[in-house]
Design a protein around this ligand. Structure first.
Ligand code: PLP
Length: 414
């Protein structure tokens, strides 16, 4: 197991104070902090290698292209993909999902078809499908969740049919922390001939991932939630599926040739994978930062990351369970969830709770966390949410629980 106190030395921001108190950063599901190794890798790139990629024979362009391609290889190995050809760099998880909704949904789905999403999905796995369905006339159906915050598998099985074209699920809920059995869901989707798209925004940073073992068709995730910089994300897709898909964006680098002389308008041959899906100048520095983030996580070991966070969430649930006036959501069994806990203090809105915690130097997210259907299900408007990462400590959770106790007392006296 790694030593979180040693890890903290790599994160300069954790030395900050907020409102006179040591910073406690519990908003990792929104974005993680960045270690000095990632910051240095980005700085190094701009200081010594900066050049456009895939466009020049000169030394700098060759070196930048090599680093950019290496980053694809690193990501492929990290998630168990067969090759870099299955790794498309995009802006973030949101863009990765939009890519599938447009390249697949817009071109291949139509009236009579159905897309399944779940009530625990983030808006980024719901809205793109609704937008494209408006154009193509397919139906978007919502799979229910259970009262303790798991996907209702009976409902999923009952909604799957030969009309289902794709099943879209979050691997880990960004509100409940629930870890979904994507291998089982993939099997069910494939049995009716549907694709499966897994939103890995909250799982890839925290769990060992094996896209081949899970047998999933697509996986979307963001670099900034896993120690990497903002502006870089990944779409994994099985090579045979990506090969047959239409491009998402058109422009430079995603073609192998364009001719205006063809008899019927333009004649365009698309580039090989993954470049067919990477139009225009990419985020080279972001890719290099992500590669460094992956090296960092691999040094710790993803099994250890998972084990460490499970202990943090176990401790949190134990403590929260004993607090009157606080309600929290999701499975009670910590082995079923990642380090994300959404909660509400009786008599307070999520934002009020978060701003009171801010006075203690504790950063938590509040609102609907881009998961309004989930909040509707629990009949609440919003919630506050703590979310952990490798540098968080049990002592920080103690500070948080003590602060929460004071907030509960304060609120009951109002
Ligand atoms: C489950 C889930 N999916 C998708 C996203 C979207 O990520 P991004 O904003 O980086 O595209 C988030 C962000 O919080 C998330 O939690």
């Amino acid at each position: 197991m790694f030593d979180p106190y040693e890890i903290r030395k790599d994160f300069p921001i954790l030395n900050r104070r907020v409102k006179g108190k040591p910073l406690i950063y519990f908003d990792n599901a929104a974005t993680s902090q960045k270690p000095i190794q990632v910051i240095e890798a980005i700085r190094n790139y701009y200081m010594y290698y900066n050049s456009n990629v895939h466009r020049g024979v000169h030394t700098l362009s060759q070196e930048a292209s090599q680093l950019y391609e290496d980053a694809h290889d690193y990501v492929a190995k990290f998630i168990g993909a067969r090759s870099f050809r299955e790794i498309v760099f995009v802006k973030n998880a949101t863009e990765a999902i939009n890519l599938v909704a447009y390249s697949l949904g817009l071109h291949e789905f139509g009236e009579g078809d159905e897309v399944l999403v779940t009530l625990m999905d983030h808006h980024s796995n719901i809205v793109p499908w609704n937008i494209v369905s408006e154009v193509k006339g397919f139906k978007v159906k919502y799979v229910n969740i259970t009262g303790d915050g798991r996907i209702d598998m009976d409902d999923l099985y009952s909604k799957l049919s030969s009309n289902t074209r794709i099943v879209c699920v979050p691997h880990v809920s960004n509100v409940l922390g629930t870890i979904n059995d994507v291998k089982l869901i993939a099997k069910a989707a494939h049995e009716v001939g549907a694709y499966i798209l897994v939103d890995g925004a909250q799982s890839v940073p925290h769990l060992p991932i094996d896209v081949r073992g899970f047998d999933i068709d697509f996986l979307a995730f963001s670099g900034h939630k896993m120690l990497g910089p903002m502006g870089i994300g990944v779409l994994y897709g099985k090579e045979e599926i990506l090969s047959d898909m239409e491009p998402f964006l058109g422009g430079g680098d995603m073609i192998s040739s364009v001719s205006a002389r063809a008899r019927e308008g333009f004649n365009i041959i698309y580039n090989a994978l993954p470049w067919k899906f990477e139009a225009g100048t990419p985020n080279v520095a972001g890719a290099i930062g992500l590669m460094e983030a992956i090296k960092y996580l691999e040094r710790l070991g993803m099994d250890n990351v998972r084990r460490y966070e499970e202990e943090l969430v176990r401790y949190t649930i134990e403590k929260l369970g004993g607090l009157d006036g606080v309600e929290f959501y999701g499975p009670r069994d910590p082995s079923l969830r990642c380090g994300v806990v959404a909660f509400n203090v009786e008599g307070l809105g999520g934002h009020e709770t978060a701003s009171l915690l801010d006075d203690y130097g504790i950063m938590v997210r509040s609102g609907h966390h881009c998961a309004q259907p989930l909040h509707e299900f629990f009949r609440i408007n919003n919630s506050a949410r703590v979310s952990y990462y490798i540098y968080n400590l049990r002592e920080e959770i103690d500070v948080f629980i003590e602060a929460l106790k004071e907030i509960v007392v304060m609120t009951s006296e109002l």
